[in-house]
Every structure is written in structure tokens, then in C-alpha cells.
Design a binder for this molecule. Sequence first.
Ligand code: CTP
Length: 305
Amino acid sequence: MAKMANGYCDNLLLATYLSADCTVFFAPAMDLDMYTHPTSSNNISTLTSFGNIELPAGTGELASGLVGKGRMCEPEEILSLVNTHFQKTSHLAGKTILVNAGPTFEKLDPVRFIGNYSSGKMGKSIANELAARGANVKLVLGPANADGLNPSVELFRIESAQEMHETCSRLFVDCNAGILSAAVADYRPATKADQKIKKNDTEFSLELVKTIDVLKSLGDSKKDNQVLVGFALETQNEYDNALTKLKKKNLDFIVLNSMNDKGAGFGKDTNKITVIEKNGKSHSFETKPKSEVAIDIVDILETYL
Ligand code: CTP
């Protein structure tokens, strides 16, 4: 603290501190007499006057065996104070945001369906990042694993594209924004057999009909103050195809995943994205864990809210 207060820069931590232009928290920890020494109080005052945030020391047993004030703030409390701080400063605090994720399954008969390999991991990471910034998150999740969600995320389970559409349309009306990452099936079987289809002939043809485009229907109905974000999964002409989708579906920005990128795609824990905004600005990011990709996406969403 003394070094921070006086601008010393003789180790990596202090060099990092001196050049940091972000919020800095500090958690004093020392023996009780040291803690109450006027120099320590002055250092704490100086550090807070610079805009640093004190995580106050607790009272209890100290390393010296004495009992008093000077115990470092407990790690759980540090986490909670830091989270609360950022929730209060986030533009997303109190905003209601719809997220959809996962695949949809389109039933063929009671035991079979048409589906895809989406794991829902990207959408779940986005939901968790929004919740960490204090948003009220409504996650509409297809048939994918729902583990690892922030307990404050409100979960709606659906199976088919039609159910995805009905639930998202109903919820979006009261939302400030929507991020639609689900891999919704584009086609479903024209009919669903009530009984298991038997194998009779050597060939079997399926008639498929188009499902509703959930994202486009929200884009068509969205109010001026609602922000809508979509995804685009492309294997060729990535940028142009994503831009076309952004315009056609009336989005504010679109997150482009290229299936050509290693480390990106269904089931993976990492992703590589390019975000294209409606004003034509684009941002390309490196391959990173989906939890960090979610931070990049939510950072851009914050600029719209
Ligand atoms: N989407 C949707 N409803 C559908 C199909 C897609 O809401 N029936 C949404 C996806 O959630 C995604 C975006 O539309 O946010 C783009 O999905 P993508 O599969 O890349 O493109 P499609 O519009 O389906 O077009 P195509 O398959 O021809 O590339």
C-alpha cells in the first residue's frame, strides 16, 4: 500500500498497478497495530482518493496470534464485493435480456427426431455473463445440458423450432434486448407419425417443410428501443452472408462463426468470432474460451444499451 500510494515501481505488481487504467481494488492485511498506525490510515486514504476501492480488513485472529482488525477480507467476500461493484456500474444492471441456445429437435415419430450437434455452450456462457453484470436473463434452451448456469438465470425449456418461436416471441415483448444463438432447425418433417414408423421398403423419403425463422420474426416486430443480436454460422463467403443476414433479419449486430476456423463450432469449449455491426463496423477476435467470447459479445451489447 505504501508503495502504491507513493508511486514506487520496483516489481511486476506495482508496474501493473501504475499502468492500469481500470478499476483497482485493494485488500489490506496486516497485524492490528500496523493497521491502526496513522501511516497505514494515510496510505488507505491516499489510495481511495486516487479512485482505488478498499476491500476492508476484517476482525479476528491474525498471523501473529493476536486478535483484532487486520485480517484480509475473506476471498468469498472479495468476490461478492467485486461482483456487486460491477453490477452497479454495468449498463445491463436491471435490464431484461432474452437469450436462446442449443439445438431444436423436430419429431418424426414418437422415437425419432431431426436435430443438430449444438451444445448450447455459447448461449449459456452469454446468459451467465449477462447475469454476472446484473441483468435479468431469460434463457430459452433447446434439448441441451442445462448445467453450469448462474442460479439467477430464468430457464425455459423447449424442444422444437415452433416451441422456440412461441416462447421467444412471448418473452421478447418485455425485453430490452435479445441475443439469439440457438441452432434452430430450418426444416421439420411435414407430418409427425403417431406410431413408430416401420421399415418396410428399401427406400424411405421424408418430406420437410420450413420452420419459422425465430430471429427474423423478432426482428420484424422489434421496437426501436430494443436491441437484437443474431448469430451466423457460415462455411463460405462468411462476411457477405453474415451482412446479408444482419440486414434481412433487422439486427443491431451479428456474431459470425466460421466453420473454417479451428477451435470454433458445435460442442467445442472455444470459439472464434467476428462481430459485424449494422453501421458496418466489424471486430475480429482471437480463438478463446466461450466464457471469454461471451464477455466480448456482452461488452458490445452494453454500448447499445
Ligand atoms: N435462426 C432462427 N430461426 C431459424 C433459423 C435460424 O432464429 N429457423 C437464427 C439463429 O439463431 C441465428 C441466425 O438465425 O441467430 C442465423 O442462423 P444460421 O443458421 O446461420 O442461418 P439461417 O438464417 O438459418 O440461414 P442458412 O441456414 O441458409 O445459412
